[in-house]
Design a protein around this ligand. Structure first.
Ligand SMILES: C[S@@+](CC[C@H](N)C(=O)[O-])C[C@H]1O[C@@H](n2cnc3c(N)ncnc32)[C@H](O)[C@@H]1O
Length: 236
């Protein structure tokens, strides 16, 4: 485990929502469908009823699943602040917890959502075994992660070729999921962010909990960044 993946670093990264917000701001002027839009379409098609979202962050997706899909949503995140934000959005079944040790009885949910979080979990196989345990037979895990080539233009600028997604990514995710799930489907989502301001790139760089180098003095704007994300749907 490198510095960026150790539990204390991950806890510090998500102690508040500021880092997540700084990274989300990159995806404002877009060419193509942003991954959250593709994810929403997939979730709609699954018609979930009893959902557990793990590592749900600020709770936007959980709130949307409640209001737009009419699902009963249970929310879990290891960050107290994220749980507080989810509750403030009306996601009342929200609690602090660890994806590796889910505090729910077996076969409680028809859908588990793990969006951009499995790469942070120290033992991803243990977390997936827990997900499989709390899913009903025929239930599905929707797991979202990025490609190793996600934001490659930024990685070159920052001199940081490996991102957060090192241990669970678009390239190795299917093989990891197949250890515990009988059927795995994938949807790849590609989008381009068109960035006009240096501060957007600076804020993104400051939000990372791994070492980066300062931005070069000269950057040609608009600066284009490719987002490469995969949404896996794995059936129990
Ligand atoms: C990159 S954020 C993603 C948040 C949200 N799913 C989204 O898409 O915006 C990762 C989230 O996973 C949470 N997290 C990291 N490791 C966790 C663990 N072992 N158990 C539960 N939550 C965890 C963090 O606190 C953070 O809120």
């Amino acid at each position: 485990m490198t510095g960026r993946d150790d539990p204390a670093t991950v806890a510090e990264q998500y102690r508040s929502e500021d880092n997540l917000r700084a990274r989300q701001a990159l995806w404002t002027n877009l060419e193509g469908d942003n991954a959250p839009v593709v994810l929403a379409r997939i979730l709609e098609s699954l018609e979930p009823h009893d959902v557990l979202e793990i590592g749900g962050g600020q709770g936007e997706l959980a709130e949307w699943m409640q209001t737009a899909l009419g699902a009963r949503v249970t929310f879990l995140d290891q960050s107290e602040r994220m749980v507080e934000l989810a509750r403030a959005r009306g996601v009342l079944e929200a609690r602090v917890g660890d994806a590796q040790d889910l505090p729910f009885v077996a076969e409680s949910f028809d859908t588990v959502v793990a969006a951009w979080m499995l790469y942070h979990v120290p033992d991803v196989n243990r977390a997936l075994a827990e997900v499989a345990r709390v899913l009903r037979t025929g239930g599905r895990l929707v797991a979202v992660t990025n490609s190793l080539r996600h934001i490659e233009e930024l990685r070159e600028l920052f001199g940081a070729l490996e991102g957060f997604e090192k241990q669970f990514n678009a390239e190795n995710g299917e093989a990891i999921l197949r250890r515990q799930f009988r059927d795995v489907e994938r949807t790849d989502a590609e989008v381009v962010a068109v960035v006009d301001e240096r501060e957007t790139l600076e804020a993104y760089r400051r939000s990372l909990s791994y070492e980066t180098r300062p931005l070069p003095d000269e950057i040609a704007f608009p600066f284009r960044v490719h987002g490469r994300t995969t949404i896996f749907v794995a059936a129990k």
